[in-house]
Ligand binder design. Structure first.
Ligand code: PLP
Length: 415
């Protein structure tokens, strides 16, 4: 077994042959020559290409908590060490393409239980599917374990009577409210009741949380975010240890055609090599910023109303996060009294970039309610901060400057 930090660097590099390239080659081709009558491994590129394999292998092992030895090529059976079997991950053209494929595992008439604050793109897709009568939606507060368990039991009973399947969708921490679900408890309950379970692991990354180990059937990722890490591509992935689900997801990808381009796969693999160091640096910055902003609350120096970060002991699920996550992540939120004040703060930033998305090396800030589809349970003045790897003092100084400026302008106006 190799440590995961080593595996991120050494995995998916191919055989140890003299003259082999250090990095796996990338195929810019839409098709492969075949030999009539032979078993041809590669055919039309929509079905799969060899240059997806290193990243698909790497993501699967990271999520399953298994690693191939750094001398190996292909998969090493680690059944004795670990209960999770490993099948290659499946790359998609975006996180939403992966999510859409997974959602389509539910046949028409199925039930979907999802967090009320799940990523708004998925929330909108699920709502559209519900409006078209394709599924029945049950929104829950994913942090409220007992209430979610009750919903699981109620929906499972209802669905059994209708002979229709149920999918539990967990996002944890949630986007953007950073609620932390009791993953082991919810997945165990869902399994007991025969639900299909899916975890969007984009925020935590497999370095901080490995839902397959807790019995999740499928893990999905927006590779766009921390995994690729440089805000320069869009990609998704679905990972499962279940052969039938894998077959169906692969088939869906081939038939619907949401495949990644060769250049994106090259860049994502290059990005993932540095995931551990990037995440450590960004997480350390996020923790420090959360503490410094929290110390400003109530001082009157700024108009800050709240700071949310799973690493703060004021976070409602702080102890759960501490027990469950390998780290508290690189996302935090700050809250201002209203949308206008938050927008004014964003306009006065110079180092932070006001932009949507997260997980890159550069720090981004966004007022989430600027999107009409973000639910109104997300405060209007809430700014989501995706903390990058710049020096923490510079990040703090830039934001503090904007917060102070806006506070003093508003004081002048009001008084
Ligand atoms: C938690 C989460 N899941 C999925 C997605 C969708 O991924 P993509 O933008 O790569 O389609 C996002 C995008 O913001 C996200 O934050």
């Amino acid at each position: 077994m190799t440590d995961e930090r080593t595996y991120l660097v050494s995995g998916g590099r191919g055989a140890h042959q003299e003259g082999a390239p250090v990095n796996p080659p990338v195929d810019f081709t839409s098709t492969y020559r075949y030999r009539p009558g032979a078993e041809n491994r590669w055919d039309y590129a929509r079905e799969g290409v060899p240059s997806w394999a290193p990243l698909e292998e790497l993501l699967a092992h990271l999520e399953a908590g298994t690693r191939q030895g750094h001398r190996g090529h292909g998969f090493v059976t680690t059944a004795e060490e670990h209960p999770v079997a490993v099948l290659p991950g499946l790359l998609f053209s975006s996180g939403m393409a992966a999510i859409s494929a997974v959602t389509h595992l539910l046949p028409p008439g199925g039930h979907l239980i999802l967090p009320r604050h799940s990523y708004m793109g998925f929330s909108s897709l699920a709502q559209q599917m519900a409006d078209r009568g394709l599924l029945t939606l049950h929104r829950v507060d994913i942090a409220e374990t007992e209430a979610v368990k009750t919903t699981i039991a109620d929906v499972a009973t209802l669905a059994q009577a209708q002979d229709s399947p149920v999918m539990l969708w967990v996002e944890s921490p949630t986007n953007p409210m950073l609620e932390v679900a009791d993953l082991p408890a919810l997945l165990a309950e869902a399994k007991r009741r025969g639900l299909i379970t899916v975890v969007d692991n984009t925020f935590a990354t497999p370095l901080r949380q490995q839902p397959l180990k807790h019995g999740a059937d499928v893990v999905v990722h927006s590779v766009t975010k921390f995994l690729a890490g440089h805000s320069d591509l869009i990609m998704g992935a679905a990972i499962t240890a279940d052969e039938e689900l894998h077959r169906r997801l692969h088939e869906h990808r081939t038939l619907h055609g949401a495949i990644p381009g060769p250049m994106e796969v090259f860049l994502a693999l290059r990005g993932v090599r540095t995931l551990a160091v990037r995440l450590d640096a960004a997480e350390s910055n996020a923790g420090e910023l959360a503490r410094r902003f929290a110390a400003l609350l109530g001082t009157g120096e700024t108009q800050l109303r709240g700071v949310r970060y799973p690493g703060l002991d004021t976070h409602p699920q702080h102890s759960r996060a501490a027990a469950q996550l390998g780290g508290f992540g690189a996302i935090l939120t700050i809250e201002l009294p209203d949308g206008d004040t938050a927008d004014a703060v964003l306009e006065n930033l110079s180092l932070w970039t006001p932009a949507t998305s997260l997980g890159g090396v550069e720090s981004l800030a966004e007022r989430r309610r600027r999107h009409a589809t973000e639910p109104d349970t997300v405060p209007d003045g809430l700014i989501r901060l995706s903390v990058g790897i710049e020096h923490v003092d510079d990040l703090y100084a830039d934001l503090l400057h904007a917060l102070r400026l806006v506070a003093s302008e508003n004081r002048d106006e009001n008084g």
